[in-house]
Design a protein around this ligand. Structure first.
Ligand SMILES: [Zn+2]
Length: 183
């Protein structure tokens, strides 16, 4: 794989552990969980997140992927090896989530944008629900975590053409207005 400058990157350099200082993603996430009521389930359940900086940019559907919250699930015959390596790398216990952040973007972003990205990514962490729609816990009483999709999954072109055709869109516009993004 090649980095943004077109140089070949060794596998051992595909990722770096994120900086755990004051403006690093870990600290920003901890502060957001503390401050934001929408993250009450994270404050309570405290999912373990491993923060990694991606050195090789990822493009998906023509878009630069700035951040990616993932459940650390490995597939195929080598899945136990993947799980083992991850647990080893994390001092014995695999994390509940991996947050992959584009290193180049992160270094160019101010604190506001860093916080927005981490807030967005934390929004992907949800407490799994059982068949009755109740929060799910494992046998040890720990929350079962899941990935949550966006409130708004829509194309600009569709909105441009059809306006607020689904109820998600006015809700998003209200949130944008509250956040000061719309006058
Ligand atoms: Zn997202």
């Amino acid at each position: 794989m090649k980095n943004g400058d077109g140089d070949e990157v060794a596998a051992s350099d595909f990722f770096e552990m994120a900086d755990d200082g004051a403006d690093g993603p870990q600290e920003i996430a901890a502060r957001l969980v503390e401050e934001c009521e929408e993250f009450a389930h994270l404050k309570l359940g405290q999912p373990a997140i491993l923060f990694l900086m991606r050195t090789v940019p990822k493009v998906k559907g023509g878009r630069w992927v700035l951040g990616e919250m993932c459940l650390p699930r490995f597939q195929g015959g080598l899945a136990p090896v993947g799980a083992w390596l991850l647990a080893k790398a994390c001092g014995g216990t695999a994390p509940d989530f991996l947050l992959l952040i584009d290193r180049e973007w992160w270094h160019g972003a101010d604190l506001h944008r860093r916080r927005a990205l981490v807030h967005h990514e934390l929004g992907h962490i949800g407490h799994a629900k059982d068949k009755e729609g109740e929060p799910k816990f494992d046998d040890d009483g720990n929350p079962v975590w899941a990935l949550v999709d966006h409130d708004l999954g829509e194309f600009n072109a569709t909105v441009r053409r059809f306006g607020a055709w689904s109820p998600d869109i006015p809700a998003f516009v209200d949130a944008l207005r509250e956040g000061g993004g719309l006058s």
